[in-house]
Design a protein around this ligand. Sequence first.
Ligand SMILES: Nc1ncnc2c1ncn2[C@@H]1O[C@H](COP(=O)(O)OP(=O)(O)O)[C@@H](O)[C@H]1O
Ligand SMILES: CC(=O)N[C@@H](CCC(=O)OP(=O)(O)O)C(=O)O
Length: 289
Amino acid sequence: MQPIDKANALTEALPYLQAFRGKTFLIKMGGSAMENPELVAKVMRDIVFLEVAGINPIVVHGGGKAISAAMEKAGLEAKFIGGFRVTTDEAIDIVSRVLSDEINPGIVRMIRDFGGKAVGIPGNDVFLGEKLKATDAEGNRVDLGRVGEVVGCQLSQMDAVRRAEIVPVISPLACEISTGKSLNINADLAAAALAKELRVAKLVYLSDVPGLLADPKDPSTLIKSVTRSEADQLIADGTISGGMIPKIRSAVDALNAGVRKVHFVDGRLPHALLLEIFTDGGIGTEVVR
Ligand SMILES: Nc1ncnc2c1ncn2[C@@H]1O[C@H](COP(=O)(O)OP(=O)(O)O)[C@@H](O)[C@H]1O
Ligand SMILES: CC(=O)N[C@@H](CCC(=O)OP(=O)(O)O)C(=O)O
């Protein structure tokens, strides 16, 4: 790369830097993109870059794969219904431990290692939840155990952190209103709930695929841009399945509530976040109104 190319890359970013200064971006870091700590560290360095560029990043993380591994180690079977983990009383202790003691502090440490300021906030201090009323494919009620949905957000602790220009790093747990106990929340839904509450400028989902794919088995079939109605159609025709369903549903939900734009980006690709935000072409999928 010639020095002039480096300068060109910086000037291409200029209008985006101008437009996004002072805006809040919610970044959901999926567990599927967190298997390699070196790649996670690269994402965290990009988040420090955003912070230095005057953007206010908030991180909500998942950890599905690490939770499943910890459950297996404890002799418990990881079971999902409709994309949600069946979470028994035994399992919620493992979910809480993995999220609060391993993944959350790990992300905070990485941001700090790059000179950024971050603080971990347990989701229970931010999200108020109720047990999720779930149904199976036949429409019968199923008991998912300690799985919740977000019905409100408590922002005081997070606002204090944000006022101090520190990046909040939040786990996908909620405090059950009726009991005060922990509920396990799908991290995509937790991220969207907070993005809606804060009306953020961008909600970015980092996962283990290049973006939304027309053929989920073929990474070259990236859909660069999709509208809300096209997304509904892709769910109906089966193009979108599994873990992509809560992502796209919550993306549409967030757009409906006033979030400007939602992005799906490959969290394993170095600098995917910066390329999506600061270049004209972008790199993943954008979901627009
Ligand atoms: N149309 C699609 N495009 C991209 N990914 C899809 C699609 N349909 C299903 N998926 C699946 O969704 C997965 C991402 O969801 P998930 O595993 O829950 O990730 P995360 O941990 O990031 O939330 C991908 O690995 C892929 O297998
Ligand atoms: C209820 C429910 O399913 N909760 C999720 C929370 C973590 C999560 O969503 O992690 P990813 O973003 O990596 O998928 C779980 O237990 O796996």
